[in-house]
Each structure stands twice: as structure tokens, then as C-alpha cells.
Design a protein around this ligand. Sequence first.
Ligand code: NAD
Length: 279
Amino acid sequence: MKVSVIGGGTMGNGIAQVFAQNGNDVNLIDIKQEYLDRAMATIEKNLGRMVKKERMTAEEAKATLGRMNAVVGLENAADSDLVIEAVFENFEVKKEIFTKLDEVCGPDTILASNTSSISLTKIAGTTKRADKVIGMHFMNPVPIMKLVEVICGQATSDETLEKVTQWSKDLHKVPVTVQDYPGFISNRVLMPMINEAIYCLMEGVADKDAIDTVMKLGMAHPMGPLQLADFIGLDICLDIMEVLYDGFGDSKYRPCPLLRRMVDAGYLGRKSGKGFYDY
Ligand SMILES: NC(=O)c1ccc[n+]([C@@H]2O[C@H](COP(=O)([O-])OP(=O)(O)OC[C@H]3O[C@@H](n4cnc5c(N)ncnc54)[C@H](O)[C@@H]3O)[C@@H](O)[C@H]2O)c1
């Protein structure tokens, strides 16, 4: 089938890679050729690593790249069976893209978003095909993580859900259907845990190493919550807590003041060189 991925950043290049790896023709679309060149270089490097580890042959890697087309311009998505948007987590940016995709794409094209926190119902409302709009929430790094959280907006049809579920399975992923409520399942369960770990640190219940050790050795989590927060980015964690807090209006989702203070200080985790840990 023919797939277009909008946005060649962290998530978009991984999503494009797994679709191409599994035999689909893929357009990778971004706003500048240099972003696309960077995305294609990342994909080539990832495929090269897989060949080295004997997870795929050099011929398969070459064929995967041969199925990919990196282009500027949303109109290139026109004849796709599925379009997956993976641009910045900003409703206005996504609105512009979905409005344009709705205009240029054929009537049967399914439009998916990889959003981690924006309402799918709201995104679908920017189009005239809300029944064909759905969430496909891949996890980072996409080629490795098995889960696809499939999110149904208020008007998503059963037919759209069935197709997207099957396509996710065709990628050797495990799709899980979730309804459109703030944070879906992944972030609604994960972020309050991280937020609570930050409260524990702020209140002096234990130091950061102790908190992470309890969750790693006691709960068999591969990473402690503070280490994970640094990995995700503290600004992203704060944004998602705000989405939960606003969306439910329930004080149990209030962002920890220490999280806010870290973000205000520019301590965003791994990407800024400093978060709960130094990098
Ligand atoms: N990074 C993660 O761990 C993660 C995990 C799950 C979901 N998500 C979600 O995936 C989406 C993308 O996140 P990311 O981390 O890959 O972002 P990113 O910043 O790495 O990449 C975004 C890309 O979108 C491109 N872009 C912006 N506007 C565009 C437009 N109008 N047309 C085409 N391309 C455009 C940018 O040039 C950039 O290459 C977000 O909605 C995010 O919430 C991210």
C-alpha cells in the first residue's frame, strides 16, 4: 500500500522506516529538503546497523530505501491509502496540515496523527472526514517499540479502526485500541507516576537515586521515573501534565512545582545536558 508520513523528525523517520521495511511505498514529507536529507541519513544509519547485526540483509536494506521517496509538499500525499502526521505537538500546526490533507487527498485516504496528547476528536474536526481520522501513537524508538496505541475519536468509524488495526499488525506491532480521553492510556498512567516521583524528590522522601532504584529493582522498570523524565524531556512531561489537569479538571493531575521550576530554569533533561541528572 501507499503511505505518506508528514514530518521527518524523531518519530516520523522511524514510522517511515518501519512502513518501508514491511513492503509499503512511503513518501516522507517535510517542509525543507535539508530536514528530509537528515531524516534519510538517520534511516540509512539505522538500516546499516540492522544489517551489521544480521537482522536484515544488505539487499533488504537497499530495497527498503528504494521504496522511500523524501519530498517537500503535502500534495505528494494525495494518492495515499494512509497518511500519518508526526509534526510538532502544536494544535495550530496540526490543524493546518489536516485541513490541507483533507483537500488534497482522495476520499478514501485515512488520516492518522501520532499526537501524544492532543484530542483526536478535535483534530478530526478540522476535516470533513472525521470518520476517517484516527490516532496511531507509536513509541520512541519506533523500529524497536512494539506498541501502537490506536486512538478512536468521537466519529472514527469501525471500518477505519479495523483497517488501521490490521495495518499495525502488518508492521509486526501490537495495536491497542483506546478511546479519546486526555493522555489516552500511555500518558495518563505514565505521567502521574513520573509527577509523583518528582513530588517525592521535592518533599525529601528520598534522593533521586533512591527513588529510581526503588522503581527499577522493586517494580522491574527498565528505567527509574526521574531518569525516564530526563529522557522524555521535562518540558514534554510538564505539557502532558497540563493536558491532563486541564482535560479532567481534577487536582490529582496538578503538575509538581519542582517540575515547573526545572522547566523554567531550562533544565529539560538529556536534550539540554541537565535535568534530574547531568549529561
Ligand atoms: N518524541 C517522542 O518520543 C514522541 C513519542 C510519541 C509521540 N510523539 C509525537 O509525535 C509527533 C512528532 O514528534 P517528534 O518528536 O518526532 O518531533 P520532531 O520535532 O523531532 O519532528 C517534527 C518534524 O515535523 C516537521 N514539520 C513541522 N511542521 C511541518 C509541516 N507543516 N509540514 C511538514 N513537516 C513539518 C519538522 O520540520 C520536523 O522535522 C508529536 O505530535 C509528538 O507529540 C513523540
